[in-house]
Design a protein around this ligand. Structure first.
Ligand SMILES: Cc1cc2nc3c(=O)[nH]c(=O)nc-3n(C[C@H](O)[C@H](O)[C@H](O)COP(=O)(O)OP(=O)(O)OC[C@H]3O[C@@H](n4cnc5c(N)ncnc54)[C@H](O)[C@@H]3O)c2cc1C
Length: 447
């Protein structure tokens, strides 16, 4: 495709956010008689799903301790449900299985799910939780579990298939997707002012509005826009905390046990919900009986034909390298630095065996292939959805975002002048104003 000299809307990134925004914006422009998909150009330095959206586990859940996250996720789930086939979406549900230290947090999630009409069942008590799990999986054996939140909606989607489905829908509306085109800088008519053109390795493209869905490259684009490297945050203590780095990277740990996905069917022969277990129980190796950890741990897993087995992950770890020095490229499974190793395989397969007997002695089936990838996180690990430099809409999901297909729809509405109540809690100004989200007791940075 030849590169145009000017477009109304230039979208950076053909991942979940760039593609969802493009598709919904195209529809909205048309319905309002203000244009259509031909006004939108998506550029991506790789291809469709070249970033995090193409390697994500694809779990779609509502289980969040923060009310604003929960409401936003409920909206996204309803968007997934509009076209499960095109989005390769499997609405199998999701289960948060927790120890006593998380009981109160999860109880409040269950209560608020009731209030917003998000269907779930909440089981409390150790005996009751074990019975509930055994009614689904006869071999359930995890100890120390005192609550189970079973979300009836949500589930997972097949990562790349969903992106291709979304891209096809966007192109069907006339959106152009230009791959192999890297944004290298921005042009402006005044210092720090609105962006008039985007510089790429294939030439300059003038534009009225920029939308950034750059995932793990959010910091790279932020730096190109000459936005501040640190922020001041008003903490819960009322004190101002200055010089907090705006971005930090975390390494996501995921892998696949190469067994027949049918192994994980429920007692009544169905495919089960996505399972997420957090535990305070000591975790012992299923391989040699050694103690792996006596600290809190967490895993998630699902049978997945797309990955060819039981796929899932464990809690990520923060990368302590100076964010300016972290090599985001080559990304994902091509990275020499940020793919999971034997420690992860050992821990995750042992945790599977801790939860269900059917996984005992299966360590040897772990697929020894590169997996995992890094994410670019904000100071509080929650998304920033906001406009910078007057006409650059930044969608920085802090790695929450494969499930957030609805954010693009809401961003499209904001671009057409309709402010979104659901996006409002995620403005950049929350840091200086101290409008922070509550923090849970989960071992994951995004719960
Ligand atoms: C291993 C792993 C597992 C995950 N599992 C889940 C999960 O189960 N559920 C969930 O909800 N979330 C999950 N996430 C998080 C989720 O994948 C991301 O939050 C989400 O995909 C980000 O979407 P995006 O559209 O912002 O970015 P991406 O999908 O990363 O897309 C960004 C695109 O921008 C392009 N780009 C970057 N810089 C430039 C440039 N300068 N010029 C042109 N193009 C550029 C890239 O090539 C890329 O294609 C996971 C993440 C990882 C890494």
């Amino acid at each position: 495709m030849a590169i145009p000299s000017h477009v109304k809307y230039l979208v950076i990134g053909a991942g979940i956010h760039g593609l969802s925004t493009s598709y919904h914006l195209a529809q909205l422009l048309k319905s309002q008689g203000r244009g259509d998909g031909r006004d939108i150009l998506v550029v991506d330095k790789g291809g469709i799903a070249a970033g995090a959206s193409g390697i994500a586990c694809g779990v779609v859940r509502n289980n969040y301790f923060q009310p604003a996250m929960r409401e936003l996720m409920a909206h996204s789930v309803s968007v997934w449900e509009t076209d499960p086939e095109a989005y390769s979406y499997h609405p199998v549900g999701y289960m948060q299985i927790s120890p006593e230290s998380m009981h109160e947090d999860v109880a409040s999630i269950a209560q608020q799910q009731k209030e917003i009409g998000y269907e779930s069942t909440f089981i409390e008590g150790e005996k009751e939780s074990a019975e509930y799990m055994k009614s689904m999986f006869h071999d359930w054996q995890a100890k120390g579990i005192t609550s189970v939140l079973h979300e009836k909606r949500g589930g997972y989607a097949n990562n790349t298939k969903a992106m291709y489905g979304l891209a096809t829908k966007a192109e069907g509306e006339g959106v152009r997707i230009l791959t192999g085109c890297t944004v290298t800088g921005f042009k402006s008519n005044s210092a720090g002012g609105a962006i008039s053109a985007v510089e790429t390795d294939r030439g300059e493209i003038g534009c009225d509005q920029v939308i950034i869905g750059a995932g793990p490259w959010a910091k790279t684009v932020w730096d190109m826009l000459e936005l501040p490297k640190t922020v001041t945050i008003k903490g819960a203590d009322g004190q101002m905390h200055s010089n907090v780095p705006m971005w930090i990277y975390w390494s996501l740990q995921e892998g696949t046990l190469g067994v027949d996905p049918e192994l994980q069917k429920t007692n009544d022969g169905r495919f089960p919900p996505v399972i997420h277990v957090d535990s305070n129980e000591p975790l012992y190796s299923d391989y040699d009986g050694s103690l792996i950890t006596d600290k809190m741990w967490g895993i998630y897993y699902k049978p997945d034909f797309h990955f060819g087995g039981i796929q899932g992950g464990a809690a990520p770890y923060a990368i302590d390298t100076d964010p300016d020095q972290v090599a985001v490229d080559p990304y994902g499974v091509d990275s020499p630095d940020f793919i999971v190793g034997e420690d992860f395989a050992h821990m995750w397969t042992s945790a599977l065996a801790h939860c269900q007997k059917r996984f005992e002695g299966k360590f040897e089936y772990y697929k020894n292939e590169p997996s995992g990838g890094i994410g670019c996180f904000t100071p509080d690990s929650f998304p920033v959805f906001d406009v910078f430099r007057e006409n650059c809409y930044l969608i920085a999901d802090s790695n929450h975002g494969y499930k957030m297909i609805g954010v693009g729809k809401l961003v499209a509405e904001e671009l057409c002048g309709q402010k979104s109540r659901l996006l409002e809690p995620f403005r950049f100004s929350r840091y200086a104003e101290g409008r922070l989200h509550p923090v849970s007791h989960s071992p994951f940075p995004w719960s």
